[in-house]
Design a protein around this ligand. Structure first.
Ligand code: S3P
Length: 171
C-alpha cells in the first residue's frame, strides 16, 4: 500500500510532522494513538493504568490490522512503542513507506519536560529510562524503516523538505 508512516521515539515530532505533511500532500492524517483512544473511549494513561501495557500493545496491533483495509494513501503517525512487536513491523512495511524520525535523548527530555500524557516516562529517573528505551528501540526502529531522518535541531518544514527529497519518486 501507499501510505507514509512515521515511527520513532516519544517526542520525535511524529504527530506534528505527520499533520503538516498530510496537509501539504492533501492526504488524510491518521494517528494510531488517537484511534486507540477513540476505540477504547479512554485516554492512553487510563488504558495503561486500568488495563496494562500489554492490552495497549494488543490495541496497537488491532489498529494496524484495520489500517490494512484502508484504501486512500494517508499519512500515519504511530505511538513510539508500536514497532516493538515483530508482527507490527511487518504490517508497517505492508502499509507503505516507513520513515523513522530519529531523535536524541537530550531533545526528548527537553520536549517532554512536564508532560503528563506518557505513562512510560512517569516517576523518577526519566533521564535513565529514556536512555535505556532509546538503546533498546533504536535497532528496531531502523529495522522497521525504509528511511531514517535525524530531527534534532530541525524545524518541521526542514524535516518535511528532507522527507520529500528522499521520497521524490513516490510523492
Ligand atoms: C509510547 C508512546 C506514546 C504512546 C504510549 C506508549 C511508547 O506515543 O503510544 O504512551 O511506548 O513509546 P508517542 O510516541 O506519540 O508519544
Amino acid at each position: 500500500m501507499n501510505h507514509i508512516i512515521l515511527i520513532g521515539f516519544m517526542g520525535a515530532g511524529k504527530t506534528t510532522v505527520g499533520q503538516a505533511l498530510a496537509e501539504k500532500l492533501h492526504r488524510s492524517f491518521i494517528d494510531t494513538d488517537q484511534l486507540i483512544e477513540e476505540t477504547a473511549g479512554m485516554s492512553i494513561p487510563a488504558i495503561f493504568a486500568e488495563q496494562g501495557e500489554d492490552a495497549f500493545r494488543c490495541a496497537e496491533t488491532a489498529v494496524l490490522e484495520k489500517l490494512l483495509a484502508m484504501g486512500e494513501p494517508a499519512v500515519i503517525s504511530t505511538g513510539g512503542g508500536l514497532p516493538l512487536r515483530k508482527e507490527n513491523r511487518e504490517i508497517l512495511k505492508e502499509l507503505g513507506t516507513v520513515v523513522y524520525l530519529k531523535v536524541s535523548k537530550e531533545t526528548v527530555l527537553d520536549r517532554l519536560k512536564g508532560d503528563t500524557t506518557r505513562p512510560l516516562l512517569y516517576g523518577e529517573d526519566a533521564d535513565q529510562r529514556v536512555e535505556d528505551l532509546l538503546l533498546e528501540r533504536g535497532p528496531l526502529y531502523v529495522q522497521a524503516a525504509h528511511e531514517v531522518i535525524c530531527v534534532d535541531g530541525k524545524t518541521v518544514p526542514a524535516i518535511i523538505k528532507e522527507l520529500e527529497e528522499r521520497m521524490s519518486d513516490q510523492i
